[in-house]
Ligand binder design. Structure first.
Ligand SMILES: NC(=O)c1ccc[n+]([C@@H]2O[C@H](COP(=O)([O-])OP(=O)(O)OC[C@H]3O[C@@H](n4cnc5c(N)ncnc54)[C@H](O)[C@@H]3O)[C@@H](O)[C@H]2O)c1
Length: 319
């Protein structure tokens, strides 16, 4: 369904967006990447994509870029979940306003299909595990998740109000090649500096579910492919794995892979930071019913990420 399509990937020089672009190009789509390189790297963007270096807050640039396109994968965001309290305005600008600008540029150009990267953090600290897409939203615990809830609302409103086809994907933490933020990145980076100790935010007993970026892209494409013919609508899918891992177990894979045995120190209790959910397990039954199945295990996802970082230390040097 993608051959010959004109697709925009926002954040296409970032971790997940670059994989989405590669996948689409392999399917024969013409891809235009929009990215301001604030956290992404030019080297990540597919060489076969048209690269527009620009900011999502630049409405005129988006209006021009969306001309003649027929679908958008919206992977751009401020994806920093831990620093979110330090920059409260950033989440509103970079997530909510950027998404609003994009939707307006789509509307101005008659582009009506959009797939959006949301987050499992929208469930806050849920009562139900695995957490299904229709779980009640609890009190929001982070500004990042709050901004994603607002974006989801914009996408559903544009679907109803303007006949858009809007897909929302709530990810667990994604791992794999070109990963440049999150716990594996931080731990490997810090262990490069000091292999003797590793300081952990939280008690290390937080239970997290991860998903490999290849499985994540396959999940997105499966869901969009399954419902694209339906015309306008609003679809929400969780993306994750059916199991969880203690942060301490993840650390054991990382240090084993690096051949190190650092002294571990811990800070805080159940939560590593305000808004950190001590347990994450999303119900992925909806995507499985469409025939998608994650291929990577939790362990292979962590190991693959560590190997990528070891082979590409420049990604850590430039952060
Ligand atoms: N990585 C994860 O584990 C994870 C989990 C849940 C949700 N998500 C979501 O998935 C999406 C992709 O995340 P990622 O991990 O690839 O992040 P990333 O930081 O690697 O990619 C984001 C990209 O957007 C670009 N960007 C940021 N602000 C911009 C702006 N104003 N204008 C133009 N470009 C801008 C950055 O340069 C970067 O290339 C984000 O929406 C994120 O919130 C990621």
């Amino acid at each position: 369904m993608w051959k010959g399509r004109n697709v925009v990937v926002t954040g296409g020089a970032g971790f997940i967006g670059s994989h989405v672009s590669d996948w689409l190009i392999a399917q024969g789509a013409a891809v235009t990447v929009v990215d301001n390189l604030s956290t992404g790297f030019r080297e990540f963007a597919s060489p076969a994509a048209t690269f527009v270096e620009g900011d999502m807050l630049d409405q005129a640039l988006l209006d021009r870029t969306l001309a003649g396109k027929d679908f958008v994968f919206h992977l751009q965001a401020n994806a920093d979940i831990r620093e979110n309290l330090a920059y409260p305005r950033k989440n509103v600008e970079q997530n909510v306003l950027a998404t609003q600008n994009l939707l307006e540029a789509m509307r101005a150009n008659g582009v009506k299909g959009i797939a959006f990267a949301s987050t499992g953090s929208v469930y806050g600290e849920p009562d139900v595990f695995p957490t299904p897409e229709d779980a009640p939203f609890p009190v929001q615990t982070s500004l990042y998740a709050t901004s994603k809830v607002a974006c989801e609302g914009l996408l559903s409103s544009y679907a109803l109000g303007y006949g858009f086809s809007s897909w929302v994907f709530r990810f667990v933490s994604i791992l794999g090649p070109r990963y440049t933020h999150g716990h594996v990145f931080d731990f490997v980076k810090r262990l490069r500096k000091d292999p003797s100790t590793l300081h952990v935010l939280g008690n290390g007993k937080q239970l997290k579910s991860y998903c490999h970026v290849e499985d994540c892209v396959a999940a997105i494409m499966t869901a969009v492919g399954a419902t694209a013919a339906a015309g306008s609508g609003y679809w929400v899918h969780n993306i994750g794995r059916p199991d969880m891992l203690e942060v301490n177990t993840s650390i054991s894979y990382i240090v084993r892979e690096l051949g190190l045995s650092p002294k571990l120190t811990y800070e805080g209790g159940e939560r590593g930071w305000v808004g950190d959910s001590p347990k994450i397990l999303l119900d992925i039954g909806k995507l499985r019913a469409l025939g998608w199945e994650p291929k990577h295990t939790l362990e292979s996802s962590v190991v693959d990420t560590v190997r990528y970082l070891v082979a590409n230390p420049w990604t850590m040097d430039r952060r």
